[in-house]
Design a protein around this ligand. Sequence first.
Ligand code: SAH
Ligand code: DHB
Ligand code: MG
Length: 232
Amino acid sequence: MNPSDLVEVEQLWSQVDGYIQDKLIGSDPALEAALEESDRAGLPQIAVSAPQGRLLAILAKAINAKRILEIGTLGGYSTIWLARSLPLDGRLVSLEVDPRHGEVASANVARAGLEDRVEIRVGPAIKSLPDVSAEVTATGERFDLVFIDADKPSTSAYFERVLGLTRPGGLIIVDNSVRHGRLVDDSGSDANVVGMRDFHDLLATTPGVSATTIQTVGSKGYDGFTIVHVGR
Ligand code: SAH
Ligand code: DHB
Ligand code: MG
């Protein structure tokens, strides 16, 4: 496809996302404010799209999620989508390395009225996970849903650590696993792609899970996500 055709088709994907948002999601002041405040603070515009946020919320509700772990908070946009699908006594822990992102996200989560259900922990996720793990061991309460959406090269490391923290029947969802189709590029030149290919290798040899990767197009271009069902 030549570049101008690609621009056109990407515009079409964005228009269709706009249509879906207008018809099925509508105006949502807290979510819109979360994106506006994230922009104002100079955060990158890489939050999940509104239709993707709705999908996360539907999946969380479908499995009756009460405990959610997120890795990669940014401005808290996906956090808000996920936390809203929790019951009042539900809980979401989100791990974020950048203190500025954490601050913006905290304000956005508070504006959405979700601060009682959401805890943002600032630090490298790999360093926060041992505490998270110890808490699961102490309480016996595993996560129903884990959303991995941070530094892509660490995806397998995160997956290995959260698998045992996820209840049977729970879901682990990984964002950005197709990367404009570069998932099939075996040259090793892009660390993000290597990360997602390693993750697929790991999934292929992990017993007791059922996984698929769904390719997506939309306002964020061509990408995809991986859903892992932890076996019962
Ligand atoms: N889930 C968000 C988008 C996350 S973007 C949404 O859809 O709204 C990825 C985030 O991961 C960024 O905020 C980045 O700072 C964070 N991140 C990158 N490396 C990390 C690490 N090692 N530990 C925790 N968070 C990390
Ligand atoms: C990008 C998109 C994401 O959803 C993400 O988590 C990180 C990066 C990107 O488009 O660069
Ligand atoms: Mg992402």
